[in-house]
Write a protein that binds this ligand. Sequence first.
Ligand code: SF4
Length: 223
Amino acid sequence: MTKRLSRNMVAAYLREIGIDYVLVPARRGAEAANPPAWEGEETLEDIRNEVVACRRCPLCSGRTNVVFGVGNPRARLMFVGEGPGAEEDRQGEPFVGAAGRLLTKWIERIGIARQDVYIANIVKCRPPGNRAPLPEEAAACLPYLRRQIRAIRPEIICTLGAVALNHLLGNNDRITRARGNWRDLDGIPVLPTYHPAYILRNATREHEVVADFDLLAQRLRSG
Ligand code: SF4
């Protein structure tokens, strides 16, 4: 007879055989696919319905799909990246492809399933040639991201790369100095780390991201 193992038992076993695995508890009610809005707030679906028709900036003219965001509407942990690439534009989902697989590996290493976090970008439409979004494009799109954050109420935000850090927090900080150092966004702790696409090109720095994810896990366990 097969017996279903609890997440705690799996985590304990993985640690015993030398796999550095940290279990992070989920938020209560996080399993609901479409939870009701927090009191006085709009839902992600309300925001999505507006964004799919958005023509606020010139990026709308080159998109195949609006890449709104993906994940748990009650996520404790939210990731913010830069903008969709070619594959994300094609599939309509952020962080697919090689960089997405690397991000998923980091998330799972701290004991969270990818579908239990929320992932979004600074801009929802693909900048041509995978360039960084222009300041005016980011400014046009940022209100949507701020509304997503209010709808989700994550306990922690992790920014991926300098573009996400600079636009979300409105600073010019260098990612090499900012990473691993907690910031604040309206009372929400924000931890900057590198973008997975950067780590794909600079694999020797992955240990820094692993250390940053350990900080995320510690904070979630103590929350
Ligand atoms: S990038 Fe954002 S602001 Fe620009 S068209 Fe797309 S959804 Fe609208």
